[in-house]
Write a protein that binds this ligand. Sequence first.
Ligand SMILES: Cc1cc2nc3c(=O)[nH]c(=O)nc-3n(C[C@H](O)[C@H](O)[C@H](O)COP(=O)(O)OP(=O)(O)OC[C@H]3O[C@@H](n4cnc5c(N)ncnc54)[C@H](O)[C@@H]3O)c2cc1C
Length: 357
Amino acid sequence: MLDYLIIGYGIAGALLAAELRRRGAAYAVVDRAPFESSSRVAAGIWAPLTGLHVARAPWAQQMLETAAEVYPSLERTTELTWYFPQRVFRVFKSPLQQERWLQHRGLPRGPEFLSAWLPPESFPACINAPRGGVEIFGGGRVDTQLMVDGLRRIEQRAGRLYEAEFLPEALHVTDEHIAWGGLTARHLVFCMGSSSLAGTPFDWVPFKSTRGDVLTVEADCNLREIYHGARFLAPAGGGRYRVGASYVHGETTARPGAPEREAIETDLKHMLRVPFRTIDHRAGLRPNTLDNVAVLGSLPCDRRLLIFNGLGSKGVLQAPLLARLLLNYSMYGDALPPEFDVARFMKRWIKSWRLHG
Ligand SMILES: Cc1cc2nc3c(=O)[nH]c(=O)nc-3n(C[C@H](O)[C@H](O)[C@H](O)COP(=O)(O)OP(=O)(O)OC[C@H]3O[C@@H](n4cnc5c(N)ncnc54)[C@H](O)[C@@H]3O)c2cc1C
C-alpha cells in the first residue's frame, strides 16, 4: 500500500512528490496528459514583495530559504537548467506607486528585501524608467514548464506517475485504506489546481478562477534582470522575454484573449524603448481561493484526505515551504499556520456536511 496518492502534477503536486521522495515515503501520482495547466504557462517569477500595495508574502523569508534549498537540488535530478536566481527591479509607473514602495523601506523588515531608490539613469537604456525604481532582493525565475516536465519524466521512469483522469466517483474510502483506480494508499492529496473539485471531499473550499495571459516577445535588448513596471519583463534566453500577465476574473476557460494581448503590448511599448515582436501568447487559470491565500490541510473528519491548492500567482515561491508544512502536519501532527489551514473555511464544510451528510 502507498503512503500517499497525489492527484495532480503541477507545481503543487510536483513539489509535494519531491518532498515525499526526500522523506522516503511510498507514493504515486495521477495526472492528466500534459496540457496548458497553470504550471506549464506561468512566467515562473518569484519575489518576496509584489504589487501596487507592496504585499509581502506571508512567511517570505522562510519561503525564500526553502526555495533556495529545494529548487537547485531538484534541478540537478532533472539534468536540465530551469532555476534562475535573477535580480528583480520594480520600475515606478506612478508617484503613488513610488510613494508606497519607498514607504515600505521604512518598515522594520522593509530594507531586508528592498534597495534604496534607484534614479532613472541606473536603469538600462532600453528600459523607460523616468521615476526610477528599486531593486527587490531574493527573486528570480523558474522555467516552470521545463521543471514540471523534467520531474514528470523522472516519475514516469520510476513507474510512479499514472496518466489518467481522476474521477471522484471511483474513489473509495474505507477504515483500512483509500482506493482509486486499482491504487491503494493511506493518504490522498488533492493538488488539482484550478480544476473543479466538484464531487471530491473538498468541494466546499471556495475558489475563484483568474485567467492569466502571458506573451513571449523578441526584443533587441540584452537584459539579464527581471523588470516589473506596468508588466513584468523576464529574460527567457536567446533574446526572448516573457511578458505579462493579465488578470481576467471569473473566467473558466484558459483561451488566450485578444484584448489582453493588446493591453500587454501597449504597456510594454511604454516600458521598452526598443521595438519588440510577439512570438507566442498563452493563457492559464490561476488557482485562487476566495481569500487569495493558499490552502493546506485535511478534511475535518478524516486526516487522511488532504488538500494542497490555492497557490494563486505565487506558486513558485510558496510551493516548496508549503509542501513541507503540509507533510509535517500529516506525518508528525504539527499544527498548520492558521492562515493556510483549510479549517479557516470550516463553516462551509459544516454547511455542506449538513446538506449532504
Ligand atoms: C499567465 C500566468 C502567469 C503566471 N505567472 C506566475 C509567476 O510568474 N510566478 C508564480 O509563482 N506563479 C505564476 N503563476 C501561477 C502559477 O502558475 C500557479 O500558482 C501554479 O502553477 C499552480 O500550480 P498547481 O499545481 O496548484 O496547479 P496546476 O498547474 O493547475 O496543476 C494542477 C494539475 O492537476 C491536474 N488535474 C486537475 N484535475 C485533474 C483530474 N481530474 N484528473 C487528473 N489530473 C487532474 C492537471 O492536469 C494539472 O496537471 C502564473 C499563472 C498564470 C496563468
